[in-house]
Design a protein around this ligand. Sequence first.
Ligand code: AMP
Length: 577
Amino acid sequence: MGQANSGGHPSAGCETFDWDVARRMLAGLPGGGLNIAHEAADRHVADGNGHRPALLCLGRRYERRQLSYLDLADGSGRVAAFLQRLGLNKGDVVAVLLDRSAEFFLAALGTWKAGGVFCPLFSAFGPGPLKSRLELARARVLITSSGLYQRKVAAIRAALPELTHVVTVAESGESPSGCLDFAALMAAQTPQPAIATAESDPALLHFTSGTAGTPKGAIHSHRCVLSLLVSARQVFDLTADDVYWCTADPGWVTGSAYGIIAPLVNGCLSVVDEAEFDTRRWYGILKDEKVTVWYTTPTNIRLMMRFGAALARSYRQNSLRVAASVGEPLNREAVAWGEKALGVPFLDTWWQTETGAIAIANRAGCTHPGSMGKPLPGIETALITFEHGRLSVAEQPEAIGELALKANLPSLFLGYLGDPARTEASFADGWYLTGDQVRRDAAGCIWFVGRSDDMIKSAAHTIGPFEVECALMNHPAVAETGVVGKPDLLLREVPVAFVSVNPGFEAGESLRLELLSFARQELGSALAPREILFVESLPKTNTGKIMRRVLKAKASSEPDEDDPIGTALCPGRFDDE
Ligand code: AMP
């Protein structure tokens, strides 16, 4: 990190950077302190930009609803007011289970204004994963839709004594029994500004999967807003004049960080599409809404590539300036296809839940197809190896090691909820250890090699094998199970389960179908295994641990009989309803 550039506006290509100077781009709360919602909405109103459009929400049938920054400031102020009336205290968790909608944004911003911790949950989770996350989070309030409540939460509500209030966004008719109506609560309130929060106060709780044990709840503070403001300028060159579209699902970190916070703090207009992936719909949105900056995933890009460049070109418009990707490796063919079909190369970016914001990226005019790019200005990285338990930093070109980030990044997580041991194990000598194995070439570009653990990446979502195994073990036929990722052309990996059965059960087609449906019921389509493979017994180490590496090799050699080219499950088509 060197001297700040004179304008204090970090942008692509500027390699000198100073976080203290960047900090001045934030408004801060009028009475001191920092609050994400104030930076994302109220500061724009105070700056005279309240009339500017903030969100364009498209319904499944293309219904249009536009919200200005003033609407966001007002609506989130009302949500904050009702949360406080419901007894929410600073630091309490508000879980939000909603599809992409204006209410999702209002719930997040209102939670921050009330001093709460926003915990988004994925609507394609089944009751099992929802219950465990709501329990671990000790959520006081849940904001969801009436439909999702009835399908996924009603049956587990009694088992969640700490969840004192459920607020539902009405889909039709009255709120379900025991729930409060979101619109009625808002209408009854006077908007309130953000309460005094400090930079280091917890603001976000995202669950990310662990290889063993329960999902890990990564906590971020209000301070992450700085990295999100800056990284969106560095990578996307985002300005208040952009029309920005992030396709991420709410419930995962990208949905909060680059779906809500980064575009709003930069004052631009965000497109929010409620519908799931559909090639023509997506090309139509890019064209009709004159999107200038687009952030999506490799799986979506691969899906679009299947329909050919000619279709993309038939929708082509000249507005698109930046197209970027995150979540899994993006191969060089996909980068080049972007250029051919959309007129801009896809920029691959790297980050993870714990880092809270993009740390490594290709940037316009500085792309290295196939690599994840270079660390952003202000971010110090190292490749770490451990020999006899001692940490050493690899300096030589073409080194391979575990990617580590200097632990001074503003957006770095505060720790895992209620798990200091896991938190401590992620740090060494002032470095945060990412768990990703990477290679750094002579030009300083970072190339993804693989995970150091057994995490499964499917359609850019992370799946912990242990959570899937635990759910399967609840079926009386399952004696033991090991879950691994099987390579998939479209989704990169799909979870598959090796199962040995208990005496009295027959490992046949009918049990296979029963287990698939059982898992889908329990876990939801986002986590359920795609295949069940019966085995006599599971390979184990001397200490009795399942050798997932052996299972992974076996899964990789198994043809997918039902779906040889991997098209059955598409991102955004987690259609378990
Ligand atoms: P999550 O915390 O669920 O967002 O997952 C983060 C993980 O996704 C990272 O640690 C990587 O393993 C993977 N990942 C994210 N972006 C990329 C990328 N551009 N290339 C390769 N892997 C990526």
